[in-house]
Design a protein around this ligand. Structure first.
Ligand code: PGA
Length: 253
């Protein structure tokens, strides 16, 4: 079903299969409309199914990434590229190894950088040099983070080094052998970097996201709920599963 928050389209597909297909379809439409799109990609559990659908669309000849450039939101710091939990590996395994994107057009903040601040400045400049992000895929943490912009007293602007909140470490521990292995820091696009994307596809699934989604889209705009800043973006598309939409269903038009 399709609903609205003002002008913002909110898709609530009926199954997880449809959730993934809907998310992938928006990405395909972007790339087919502008084959040299600069795509902002996200990691985590939520987009895996959408990436699987994109791979299928590529295999059936309905999309090509030959001219696409990509920039990922974030990467743990420090982390080796070959660590099984690096976002570098995640993107290769879940998407890039299976499509025709050119390796030289793929960008992630480097978790192996000697000087993280220099790496962040260089990453921000690369995004600007590419003409900015046309289409950013975005998830949300249970604490309201987007990228790894954690709740804070201010909105950080540019790509930067960030200390991860305990809730993020706890949430992401499920991907590691133990909580102690979760890196305590990350490199992440800033809020301005994200908000400069021409279009944003916001996706969330699962009951553990329901409360924060209500705060993000119907609460105050505050850096204590970083995703709430999306209320100020003029081109956001939302895809939620029923569980993530549970607390806002009665507020949708
Ligand atoms: P998840 O992470 O998809 O693993 O829930 C989302 C996020 O932290 O942005």
């Amino acid at each position: 079903m399709v609903y609205h928050i003002g002008n913002t389209v909110v898709n609530i597909p009926e199954s997880i299969d449809e959730f993934n297909k809907t998310s992938a379809r928006y990405m395909m439409e972007q790339v087919n409309k502008k084959p040299d799109s600069v795509m902002g990609f996200a990691t985590g559990g939520t987009p895996v199914g959408a990436y699987r659908e994109l791979i299928e669309l590529y295999k059936s000849g309905r999309i090509s990434f030959e001219m696409v450039k990509s920039f990922n939101l974030d990467e743990y710091y420090p982390i080796k590229k070959d660590n099984s939990q690096s976002y570098f590996r995640y993107m290769n395994e879940n998407l890039f190894n299976h499509i025709d994107i050119k390796p030289e057009n793929v960008h992630l903040p480097c978790g192996e950088a000697v000087d993280p601040n220099t790496e962040c400045d260089a990453y921000e400049k690369k995004i600007i040099a590419a003409g900015g992000i046309d289409f950013q895929l975005l998830g949300i943490g249970t604490n309201g983070h987007i990228g790894f912009n954690e709740p804070d007293d201010k909105f950080p602007c540019k790509t930067h080094l960030v200390g991860l909140n305990q809730s993020t470490i706890d949430d992401n521990a499920r991907f590691f052998d133990s909580r102690d292995e979760v890196p305590r820091k990350a490199l992440t696009m800033g809020i301005k970097t994200i908000m400069s994307a021409k279009k944003i596809l916001f996706i969330a699934s699962g009951a553990n996201k329901a409360a924060i989604i209500k705060e993000a889209f119907f609460g105050d705009i505050t850096p204590h709920v970083p995703a709430s800043v999306l209320q100020l973006h003029t081109s956001v598309i939302i895809v939620l599963d029923e569980a993530a939409a549970a607390d806002i269903k009665d507020k949708l038009e």
